[in-house]
Design a protein around this ligand. Structure first.
Ligand code: NAP
Ligand code: G3H
Length: 489
C-alpha cells in the first residue's frame, strides 16, 4: 500500500496539486502490522493562512448558489464515495485497524448520510411572527427569520470514524452554505484526504471544502485560533475538546467528547437479549467507540447469571487481523493497549475478578470481562477505549442511577428492564444525552439527536441538529405603517 503514488505526501492547495515536500510529510503507520500505509503533507502556517483566506472569500459564492444546486452536488459526492467504497475501506483497515466489513459499512453509512442531509437541508425553513403576540404591541410589525450560514466551519474528527465523523460535519456545513476546512485525524488522514477529494470531484469548489493535514498538537492552535474560522465542530477526547474550548472564544462550538456509558440491568430484564446487546455494545470495533458500553451496573440477584451469559458470548469473539474480518482488532496504538491492560491489572489487584482476557499481544488486547468491580477502581470511571468491560454489582435501581450519574461523563446510558414504568423513571433520572431503553448505547440512526452532557460535550449532533448548529437565525422585520386600502389605486 505504501507504494500507491498519491499516498506519498503529495497534496492539493486550492485545487493545485503539489508534490511531496521533503521534511514536511507525516508517516501514517499501521496499527495492524507497523507498516507505513502512506504519507500526508504537514501544512505550514503560510499554507494554512492561504487555505483559510480562500475559504472565507469563496464561501459567499458557494452560499449564493441555489440550495437545490448545492444539494445535487452533495448527492453526487455520495455516488463518488460509494464507487470508492472498497478503496476507502482498505485504507481504514490499515490506518485504523477497523475490520474490513465495518470499514466498508462506515463508507456506505456516510454515503447514506450525505444523501439524507442534502435533502434535509432543503427542508430547513424559517419563521414568521406578528408583533401583537407580545403584551402592549399592535399588529404593525412582522418578523421573518431564516437560517444563514456561519461562514467557515472547522471540522476536527477523531481516528475511530475518520470518514463518517468527517462527513457528519462536512455535509451539514456545506448544504447550509458554509465553507468547510477539515483537519483529519493523523491516523485516518489518508482516508480523510480522499474523502475531501470526493466532494471536489462532485463539484464542490476547492476553496470551499479543504483538507488540512498535520498533527493536531502542531497545527491545532493555528486553525482553532484563526480569525477566519467562524465555528468549530470537534469530535474527540474530552482533554483536547476542553482545551480547544478555552481557546476558541466567541465562536460557536459543537463538541462531541468522551463517554463512560453505563448499561443498567435490573432483575426483570430479558437476560439473554440483554447479554447480546451488551456484548455488541461493548466490543464492536474493540471498544473504540465513544458510545461503547463501558460499564455494566447489574443488580445483585441477576449478576451471576448475566456474567455467565456475557462470558459465554465474549468467549466466541474472534480476535486478530482486521483484513480477516474478525471482531476484535488491534487498538490504534501500543499506549492504548498497554493502558487497558494496566487498568485491568490494577482492578484485579484491588479485588476485581478477571473472568476473561486481561492480556495483550502488541496492540491486540484480548476481550476482557471484569466482575466485582468497585467504585474505588479506576476502571469504574475511566474510559479505556479498549475491549474491557467492568461489571459493578448494585443493590437496586437507585444505587445504579447514583453510580451512573457520579461519572464525569454524560453521553448515553442503557436501561434493561421489562417494566416500562421502571425504565421510564430510571431514564428520567439519568444525567446523560440519551437513554436507550432495552437496547445498547449507540449514536445512530444518524438523524437522531446525539448529545453529551457534562464532560461528554456541548451542542447537538445529528442531521437536522447539525445543520441548525452550523447556521444562525437571521431576522428581518417589516414595519408596517397604518394604511387605508380605500386610498390606494
Ligand atoms: P483526540 O486525541 O482528542 O483527537 C481528536 C482529533 O483532534 C484528531 O483529529 C486530532 O488530531 C485532533 N487534535 C489533537 N490535538 C489537537 C489540538 N491541540 N488542537 C486541535 N485538534 C487537535 O481523540 P481521539 O484519540 O482521536 O479519539 C478518541 C476519543 O474521542 C475518545 O475519548 C472518544 O470517546 C472520543 N470520541 C467521542 C465521540 C463522540 O461523538 N462523543 C466520537 C468519537 C470519539 P491528531 O490525530 O493529528 O492528533
Ligand atoms: O465513537 C463515537 C461515535 O460517535 C459512535 O458512533 O455509536 O455509531 O458507533 P456509533
Amino acid at each position: 500500500m505504501a507504494s500507491i503514488p498519491d499516498l506519498d505526501g503529495s497534496y492539493t492547495l486550492l485545487g493545485e496539486s503539489r508534490g511531496p515536500v521533503e521534511g514536511q510529510t507525516l508517516e501514517v503507520i499501521s496499527p495492524v502490522d507497523g507498516s507505513v500505509v502512506g504519507r500526508v503533507h504537514e501544512f505550514t502556517p503560510e499554507e494554512i493562512e492561504t487555505a483559510l483566506t480562500a475559504a472565507a472569500e469563496q464561501q459567499p459564492v458557494w452560499a449564493e448558489q441555489p440550495l437545490d444546486a448545492r444539494a445535487r452536488i452533495l448527492a453526487r459526492a455520495a455516488d463518488v464515495l460509494e464507487s470508492r467504497a472498497d478503496e476507502l475501506a482498505e485504507l481504514l483497515v490499515m490506518e485504523v485497524a477497523k475490520a474490513r466489513k465495518d470499514s466498508r459499512d462506515e463508507v456506505l453509512r456516510s454515503a447514506d448520510f450525505i444523501r439524507f442531509t442534502a435533502e434535509e437541508g432543503k427542508r430547513i425553513v424559517g419563521d414568521a411572527q406578528f408583533s401583537d403576540a407580545f403584551p402592549r404591541q399592535s399588529r404593525n410589525k412582522l418578523s421573518i427569520s431564516y437560517r444563514a450560514p456561519l461562514g467557515v466551519v472547522l471540522a476536527i474528527p477523531p481516528y475511530n470514524y475518520p470518514i463518517n465523523l468527517a462527513v457528519s460535519k462536512i455535509v451539514p456545513a456545506l448544504v447550509a452554505g458554509n465553507a468547510i476546512v477539515v483537519k483529519p485525524p493523523t491516523q485516518g488522514s489518508l482516508a480523510g484526504t480522499k474523502l475531501v477529494d470526493a466532494f471536489r470531484e462532485a463539484g464542490v469548489p476547492p476553496a470551499v471544502v479543504q483538507a488540512i493535514t498535520g498533527r493536531g498538537s502542531r497545527i491545532g492552535d493555528l486553525l482553532v485560533l484563526h480569525p477566519r474560522v467562524d465555528m468549530v465542530s470537534f469530535t474527540g477526547s474530552t482533554e483536547t475538546g476542553q482545551s480547544l474550548a478555552k481557546k476558541a472564544a466567541m465562536i460557536p462550538l459543537q463538541l462531541e467528547l468522551g463517554g463512560k456509558d453505563a448499561a443498567i440491568v435490573l432483575s426483570d430484564a430479558d437476560l439473554e437479549a440483554t447479554a447480546d446487546d451488551i456484548v455488541s455494545g461493548a466490543f464492536a470495533y474493540s471498544g473504540q467507540r465513544c458510545t461503547a458500553v463501558k460499564r455494566v451496573l447489574a443488580v445483585g440477584d441477576v449478576a451471576d447469571e448475566l456474567v455467565a451469559l456475557l462470558a459465554e458470548r465474549i468467549g466466541t469473539l474472534t480476535v486478530g487481523d482486521p483484513r480477516d474480518d474478525v471482531a476484535i482488532t488491534p487498538l490504534v496504538d501500543a499506549a492504548s493497549a498497554q493502558g487497558a491492560v494496566q487498568m485491568t491489572e490494577a482492578a484485579v489487584a484491588k479485588g476485581a475478578r478477571l473472568v476473561l482476557g486481561g492480556t495483550r499481544e502488541g496492540n491486540l488486547v484480548a476481550p476482557t470481562l471484569l466482575d466485582h468491580v468497585t467504585p474505588d477502581m479506576d476502571i469504574a470511571w475511566v474510559e479505556p477505549f479498549a475491549p474491557v468491560l467492568p461489571i459493578i454489582r448494585v443493590a437496586n435501581a437507585a444505587e445504579a442511577v447514583r453510580l451512573a450519574n457520579q461519572s464525569e461523563y454524560g453521553l448515553q446510558a442503557a436501561i434493561f428492564s421489562r417494566d416500562v414504568d421502571v425504565a421510564m423513571h430510571v431514564a428520567l433520572a439519568l444525567d446523560v444525552g440519551t437513554v436507550q431503553i432495552n437496547g445498547k448505547t449507540a449514536r445512530g440512526p444518524d438523524h437522531f439527536p446525539f448529545i453529551g452532557t457534562k464532560s461528554s460535550g456541548m451542542g447537538t449532533q445529528g442531521v437536522r441538529y447539525s445543520i441548525e448548529a452550523m447556521t444562525r437565525v437571521k431576522g428581518m422585520v417589516f414595519n408596517m405603517r397604518p394604511l387605508d386600502l380605500e386610498t390606494v389605486s
